[in-house]
Design a protein around this ligand. Structure first.
Ligand SMILES: NC(=O)C1=CN([C@@H]2O[C@H](COP(=O)(O)OP(=O)(O)OC[C@H]3O[C@@H](n4cnc5c(N)ncnc54)[C@H](O)[C@@H]3O)[C@@H](O)[C@H]2O)[C@@H](O)CC1
Ligand SMILES: Nc1ncnc2c1ncn2[C@@H]1O[C@H](COP(=O)(O)OP(=O)(O)O)[C@@H](O)[C@H]1O
Ligand SMILES: [Mg+2]
Length: 302
């Protein structure tokens, strides 16, 4: 009987795998409140997690400013940005709360070396795809063991070098927009096929894919979480960089990666829902996501 059950179970799994059957869970406030943990009264910056944000290049240091700010504004205790030399003064001036480490190269990242023990790392925003940067990214992947989020040029680079997934830790979060998802998965014929392919990829690489869009879906193996917040106000430069910072903040605070992704996407969308009621869609920019994080967190309190 026991062997028979095992056999049925294995066949079911095989069937699910082949057909990429999926459970869809709709993220609502109840799902969020079950996951969200408010900051403890006796917390200090050392207990709130340390995030390392790696990326930026000449002309795209703003991506790291936005990601670092949104990270610290989502409860993380410490944020260090690792950027090319040219971004040092920009970051220290525009966001003094962040610590900064620089690459020895002026305009792009060429060697990712740091002597700290972050609780989570995000890489790729504004990073570019210079040859040296790609090499540095591979060396980083080979040595990293920390919870990881890969966005933007990190996704673009690994899409062209898929054997590098051998060095990517399980439950790493990828946050592609539609174009980046195409680079990662190749094309698709329909919305259903897009998600099926994402499920297949998530299962085979053991990663979590945040399929950004309207709505955003979080694909974690066979389970697809469909987000309910956010609107067209988010169709603005840097809103994805900001999302990466928020999710990385939750990762650094010790949330399970899937919960960090779910909470991050929900809170990110909530800022737009709250702000667009008073400022409309057009005037909303990525800095307004950061500005409205406080109200979004407050709205989670009973
Ligand atoms: N202030 C900054 O420093 C900013 C830096 N950024 C960085 O700039 C680099 C390039 O990123 P991009 O995303 O602009 O370049 P990509 O080439 O990856 O994507 C842009 C292309 O994708 C299309 N696209 C994007 N989202 C889409 C969607 N949801 N549906 C259909 N088509 C879609 C666009 O129309 C465009 O053709 C990245 O490293 C990124 O992190 C951007 O985040 C913008 C802000
Ligand atoms: N019309 C929309 N409705 C809801 N969310 C949107 C809409 N347009 C964009 N977004 C969200 O904004 C973000 C854009 O990310 P991305 O394209 O990576 O921006 P960037 O690279 O400029 O920072 C994603 O989280 C996406 O889901
Ligand atoms: Mg982006």
């Amino acid at each position: 009987m026991y062997r028979f059950s095992i056999c049925i179970f294995t066949l079911q799994k095989l069937y699910c795998y082949q057909k990429n059957l999926m459970d869809t869970i709709f993220i609502n406030e109840k799902e969020i409140l079950e996951r969200y943990k408010s900051v403890q009264a006796k917390a200090h910056k050392g207990t709130q997690g340390h995030a390392l944000i790696i990326g930026g290049s000449y002309g795209k240091i703003g991506a790291i400013v936005l990601a670092s700010k949104s990270c610290l504004k989502s409860g993380c205790g410490l944020v260090t940005a690792f950027i090319p030399k040219c971004g040092y003064e920009i970051l220290q001036t525009s966001f003094p709360e962040a610590m900064v480490m620089t690459d020895s190269t002026e305009k792009h990242i060429a060697a990712i070396e740091f002597d700290l023990e972050p609780d989570a790392i995000a890489i790729g925003m504004g990073m570019g795809q210079e040859k040296e940067t790609q090499k540095a990214f591979l060396q980083f992947l080979k040595s990293n063991k920390k919870p990881l989020l890969i966005d933007a040029d990190g996704i673009n680079i690994i899409s062209k070098n898929q054997e590098w997934f051998d060095h990517v830790p399980e439950k790493t979060i990828l946050t592609p927009h539609l174009k980046e998802l195409q680079r990662l998965l190749g094309g698709w014929e329909s919305e259903d096929e897009k998600i099926e392919k994402a499920v297949e990829f998530s299962l085979s690489k053991k990663i979590i894919i945040v399929v950004k869009g309207a709505p955003t879906m979080i694909v974690a193996g066979h389970t697809v979480y469909k987000n309910a917040t956010g609107n067209q106000a988010l169709a603005t430069a840097g809103s994805g960089d900001t999302l990466s910072g928020i999710i990385t903040s939750f990762l650094a605070q010790g949330y399970e990666p899937v919960d960090a992704a779910i909470l991050g996407v929900y809170i990110h969308g909530l800022t737009a829902d709250i702000a667009s009621k008073v400022m409309g869609y057009e005037a909303f920019i990525a800095s307004d996501i950061i500005e409205n994080l406080g109200k979004a967190f407050l709205s989670l309190r009973p």
